[in-house]
Design a protein around this ligand. Structure first.
Ligand code: G6P
Ligand code: MG
Length: 217
């Protein structure tokens, strides 16, 4: 049976959450209120526009449409200044090994990310050419937990949803995979990602036998 794998980007392949945090915190501070790491946690997998709506709500603020757009652009500019410093050393432990295994065994894999910066980041870490398909925030109209991003990715790989395996660090991402009828693998803390079919703290915890077993199913 032809199986395929779909990887989220932020928090799965690279730890860009720390850069999003710095950029959102600067925005909040510039607007005159604080922004905690705990709040940042709630923005994982959430699109840029939805994130700003949430942050403004936390700060008890409203912006005109024009100012909203300007703040989003400023945040992204700031975020990209961190991204610009990235290189392949930022790839999270164990990721390269699994990608090389998939390539060596002719198992197709895609990126399924909410980020509009996904291609820029993949290029910085030298992974852009490795993926068989890339679906990102510029390709979708509906944000996770809507399954759209993963359904498009599976279609591009030529794999049925039920034969697709998704790696996600965000609750909304795990829900999107489940709604797509795919196998969901949470990367992170079991206490948040309990809805996933399997949870691992990171890729170094995933044994080759586990992957082989999933592929045989
Ligand atoms: C991912 C991250 C979110 C981020 C979103 C949009 O889902 O986990 O924190 O807000 O992508 O990213 P972007 O690069 O388009 O602002
Ligand atoms: Mg993520």
């Amino acid at each position: 049976k032809r199986k395929g794998m779909i990887f989220d980007l932020d928090g799965v392949i690279v730890d860009t959450a720390k850069f999003h945090f710095l950029a959102w915190r600067k925005l909040a501070n510039d607007l005159g209120f604080d922004f905690t790491e705990d709040q940042n946690e709630q923005l994982k997998g959430v699109s840029r526009v939805h994130s700003l709506h949430k942050i403004l709500k936390w700060g008890g603020m409203e912006l005109s449409e024009e100012e909203f757009q300007r703040q989003m652009d400023l945040k992204n500019e700031n975020y990209l200044s961190y991204v610009n410093e990235m290189d392949a050393t930022e790839i999270l432990p164990g990721v390269t090994k699994i990608l090389d295994y998939l390539i060596g065994n002719d198992i197709p894999f895609a990126l399924g990310s909410a980020s509009k910066n996904a291609r820029t980041i993949l290029k910085k870490i030298d992974l852009l050419e490795k993926f068989d398909a890339i679906v990102d925030g510029t390709d979708v109209t509906k944000a996770k937990p809507d399954p759209e991003v993963f359904l498009i990715a599976a279609e591009k790989l030529g794999v049925k949803p039920e034969d697709s395996i998704v790696f996600e660090d965000a609750v909304a991402g795990v829900q999107a995979a489940n709604r797509a009828n795919m196998t969901s693998i949470g990367i992170g803390d079991k206490s948040n990602l309990g809805e996933a079919d399997y949870v691992f703290s990171d890729f170094t915890e995933i044994e080759r036998e586990f992957i082989e077993q999933l592929l045989r199913k």
